[in-house]
Design a protein. Structure first.
Lengths: 613, 91
């Protein structure tokens, strides 16, 4: 199929291949050329050989000297008048998704010396320089330069950051969890009332049994049902609301929800992380327990057949929350002298800096694919609205609300890519963007992922409108896991991108989660994969968004906002792209990017080891 | 995989619709497939009896040895289901 002049321009450096038979003497135009997007497949299947092929930019306007069949690569011997290769235009850097961080920023020096503005550009392309009128008056020039750093340096007048609100986290250390006659905290020991399970069962019609287990580091090698959620134990102080004021949190202990129905079928069924805890948890991921923490683990049994209906998983979570809520009530009465650490999060707006928004796509297809938004207590149940009931429409929250547990996640498959409630509590992208002084994070938009395509596009258009109204300079779009949520993920990119806003996407893709659809706005993507072979490896939270991914995404968005092009990804998943990018970023920032471990660091049973390694 | 690129089109009929998953009988009694909601792409509300199609290849073994982890998980499931069954009968 032939291409348009516009496409030809975009692909000026891609191979030129004839789309149909062409006679000698023809002057080659865009309409004679094949779409470069399909060439890889043809090369793979052996139908096409691109050796010595000229680029589209070179052959446009050249004359064909020999009659060629369709799908012939245009080489130098069949044309005359081809342009010389555009030398030195492309930096021959390593194949990377984000060359921006590496390519030397063209030297743009703007200096208003004695009314003379000198701009020297050593090397570069597509550089826009805008000068305010009335520059003769000695006003400084604003140069929308190539990198965010350069832009920051050339800001007319440095505007002071504004602290919008603050959130204080008071940490209480827990070193032991015991059962006792009443729920209380004494020093660093947490007691949970004996018999509280009975109340959990009575409260929920669908729940037939609740077992409470306390898992200490010594017995991590215990069988567990599929892990449905990992939650911090936190309570608001006094009348404070989520996202501001003070939050009390217990360190060294987390709540873990697991369960089956009365037939022994896992709740949610598809989240197969059952097995020995120590072999199935990727320790230290934002959503996971850290090594050394004690788990208060509930094993909830719900009525048969309700494991796949919406009320079932919600009942399991609600029953567990009765225990957590009782602990919260105790925490509210704790004395301040037990506080071991105080952390303050400031929501800072940075006027004059590039304004960015984070769009987080959460699941909304039903049952386990649901989330409670903005409960009264951090990661609580009461007051939270299921995003499925909200119609999956975008909901705006502040970054501090995210970090204060405004999402109670009823997460589903697959274990390696699901974002648990604790993930939001320690959301790396929000933290990195909030602390980055080069960008102005204006907020976070949560948008559900409905089941039906028409609804997906409905919510996606609202996201686009929101981005437009916010007047942002850039946006992140993140999603968890893979599946039909990639359809709206792509649509969010389109809706934001078509408004001229640079957008960087983050998702688990690699081999198994390869995107099902794409569009021309999906140019900057960060893959959250950590697994060795790029698949869903059934290890809890292995492939979720980590700090290293957030750093890459930020670098990519800054480059994009600075006007750099991001190189296209390779056709097949190549883990080296990530390592190259990480290297480029640490070269530029001078700070090493620490990479997290993957499943290879977990223990394997001796039997497995003997057989597979 | 040795035959990884031998992709064939399969058709099936939706036989169960739950809030969290959909079950599909493959036409010609070639099997049964139960997938979570997010793994099915839909233009219309899901209903039993709707026809669906997808591409898949044949299922190949990855090796001769069973994985102990999965055996142990299956044993636990079996044991647990027996316990539950006994419990259900007593109730």
């Amino acid at each position: 199929m032939s291409i348009t002049a516009e496409t030809a321009k975009e692909h000026a450096n891609d191979p030129a291949v004839l789309c149909c038979r062409a006679e000698a003497g023809l002057t080659i135009g865009a309409e004679n050329l094949e779409d470069p997007a399909i060439l890889d497949d043809l090369v793979d299947s052996g139908l096409l050989n691109l050796d010595g092929c000229l680029t589209i930019g070179q052959v446009l306007g050249a004359k064909l000297t020999k009659t060629c069949d369709s799908l012939s690569a245009i080489t130098a011997d069949v044309v005359e008048g081809a342009k010389a290769p555009a030398a030195a235009e492309e930096t021959p850097a390593a194949p990377a998704e984000e060359p921006a961080a590496a390519e030397p920023a063209p030297a743009v020096s703007a200096a208003g010396t004695g009314g003379v503005l000198k701009i020297h550009i050593g090397e570069g392309k597509d550089i826009d320089i805008e000068l305010p009128l009335g520059i003769a008056g000695g006003a400084s020039a604003a140069v929308p330069a190539q990198t965010a750093e350069a832009a920051a340096a050339a800001e007319p007048a440095e505007q002071e950051p504004v602290v919008v609100r603050e959130l204080t986290r008071k940490h209480y250390q827990i070193t032991e969890v015991k059962r006792g006659p009443e729920t209380k905290i004494e020093g660093t020991t947490l007691y949970i009332r004996e018999g509280i399970e009975k109340e959990c069962v009575e409260d929920q019609e669908l729940v037939t049994e609740v077992k409470l287990e306390i898992i200490t580091p010594e017995n991590y090698h215990t069988y567990s049902e599929t892990i449905m959620d990992v939650q911090p134990i936190a309570a608001k102080e006094g009348e404070d609301e989520i996202g501001s004021g003070a939050t009390r949190v217990l360190d060294g202990v987390v709540v873990m929800v697991t369960g089956t129905d009365t037939n022994g079928v896992q709740i949610g069924e598809f989240g197969s992380s059952e097995g020995y805890l120590d072999e199935n948890i990727m320790w230290g991921r934002p959503g996971c327990p850290d090594k050394g923490e004690i788990f208060i683990k509930t094993q909830v049994t719900i009525k048969e057949g309700t494991n796949m209906e919406r009320p079932g998983p919600l009942a399991a979570h609600t029953a567990t929350d009765i225990i957590t809520q009782e602990i919260r009530e105790v925490m509210k009465k704790l004395e301040d002298d037990l506080v071991v650490d105080t952390e303050t999060f400031r929501q800072v707006r940075r006027p004059g800096k590039k304004k960015v928004v984070i769009v987080k796509e959460i699941m909304g297809q039903g049952a386990m694919h649901d989330n409670l938004i903005l409960p009264v207590e951090p990661v609580g149940i009461l007051g939270g609205k299921p995003n499925v009931d909200l119609g999956n429409v975008p909901v705006c929250v502040s970054p501090l609300e995210v970090l204060d547990g405004c999402i109670h996640a009823l997460t589903c498959i697959g274990p390696a890519s699901k974002e648990m409630s604790r993930h939001y509590w320690r959301e790396p992208l929000v933290l990195e963007a909030l602390h980055d002084e080069e960008v102005d994070l204006c907020g976070v938009i949560f948008v559900g992922s409905p089941q039906i395509n028409a609804e997906k596009f409905y919510v996606s258009k609202r996201v686009g409108m929101m981005a437009e109204m916010l007047d942002v300079d850039g946006a992140f779009v993140t999603t968890e896991g893979f599946g039909n949520n990639h359809i709206d993920f792509a649509s969010h990119h389109e809706q934001i991108g078509m408004r001229g806003i640079p957008v960087v996407g983050m998702s688990f893709c690699a081999v198994q989660g390869a995107l099902v659809v794409g569009n021309k706005y999906m140019v900057s993507m960060v893959d959250n994969n950590k697994s060795e072979s790029g698949v869903e490896n059934e290890v809890l939270a292995c492939n979720t968004l980590c700090h290293e991914d957030a750093i890459r995404a930020l670098a990519m968005l800054k480059s994009q906002m600075g006007g750099e092009d991001v190189k296209a990804a390779e056709k097949k998943w190549n883990p080296n792209v990530k390592s190259t990018n990480v290297e480029l970023i640490s070269n530029v920032t001078g700070k090493p990017v620490e990479l997290v471990d993957n499943e290879q660091s977990l223990p394997m049973s001796d039997k497995r080891k003997a057989k597979y390694d | 995989m040795k035959y990884g690129d031998r992709i064939i089109k399969m058709e099936g009929v939706i036989v169960e619709v739950h809030d969290g998953c959909v079950a599909v009988d493959m036409k010609g009694r070639l099997g049964y497939l139960k997938v979570p909601m997010r793994m099915i792409i839909t233009d219309y509300p899901l209903k039993v009896g709707q026809e669906v199609a997808w591409n898949m290849s044949f299922v190949e073994q990855l090796g001769p040895e069973p994985n102990e982890k999965y055996i142990s998980n299956l044993d636990t499931l079996k044991r647990r289901q027996e316990e539950k069954r006994a419990q259900n009968q007593n109730n």
